[in-house]
Write a protein that binds this ligand. Sequence first.
Ligand code: TYM
Length: 338
Amino acid sequence: MTDTVAQTEKKPVIFSGMQPSGALTLGSYMGALQNWVNLSDAYDCYYCIVDLHAITSRQEPAELRRRCLDQIAQYIACGLDPAKSTLFIQSHVPAHAELSWILNCYTMFGELSRMTQFKDKSTRNTDNINAGLFTYPVLMTADILLYQAELVPVGDDQRQHVELARDVANRFNGIYGDVFTLPKSFIPEEGARIMSLADSTRKMSKSEPAGGCIYLMDKPEVILKSFKRAVTDSGGDVRYDQAEKPGVSNLMTIYSVATGKSYDAIEAEFSGLGYGAFKTAVGESVVELFRPIREKAEALLADKAYLVSVYTDAADHAARAANKTLRKVYKKIGFVAK
Ligand code: TYM
């Protein structure tokens, strides 16, 4: 992550982020975090804890603060190396908020009105449809464009936001010349949309009732219990068919991502064994996947000073890259230099 390394290697850049609005989930791990780790050697990676985004819904201040620290520990525990990837907290780099304002003036009301996440969230939280929720994708655009990111590893639900970032970059470049790199999303073939274990029509997310959502830091017994209760479908055979068997297909995806086994191999493994044995095996595979991560994260959390040093150094490094882009933008727009 040091400047010398970044300058001499000149790898293409990745940016991605996760909200500290709750603990990290199995969905966010399989949809994004796992790819963050896999891509981290080949790219110059900026992985962010997006606390500015999190306050579009109300957060309890002490909890928010604690979750940011937890999240840094979990990023590292999953295999991200702070010496190679820049692991930082969004609010530590003011350029995110600054560029966001500017890009608000280059993003259309109509574009933001079409964002499905805004439509979903404003329908579900009618008591707090704040302006930040509406302009949320502009802040995300600023996050990505500040670092000249080429690739944005995310789950399927963020695809539309990354497309917007690309459209805004294109529009800005069309007016001022080549200022921003055009970003592309990187969405895994499997695991891009992990569904709730309680209702396979809903995405697995922190807002799911207990049992529907699995968290990275869940204890083995909690994970096993949730999988044992997971919804399946009629018929007893373990077969991948998203339309007819959404519950079983979701479990097969989880098992496949956790173990690396193909759907054919999974079908053969559980042929004639029924759902009970299958659900236990999926639960156990997730327990084994998360066990070393949880143990490492717990150990890291015992060394707060180390975690603070990681995000402090990373913020300095990120700010240098971000300010370079911001200065260029200010100049292009016609702001007077200080
Ligand atoms: P967030 O915090 O909701 O989710 C973090 C990442 O996890 C993915 N994800 C899932 N993937 C598969 N199945 C699921 N059930 C599932 N749940 C979550 C998300 O797609 C995401 O990649 N707006 C973003 C955070 C953000 C960001 C950015 C991302 C802010 N700025 C810039 C990329 C680039 C969000 O709310 O993610």
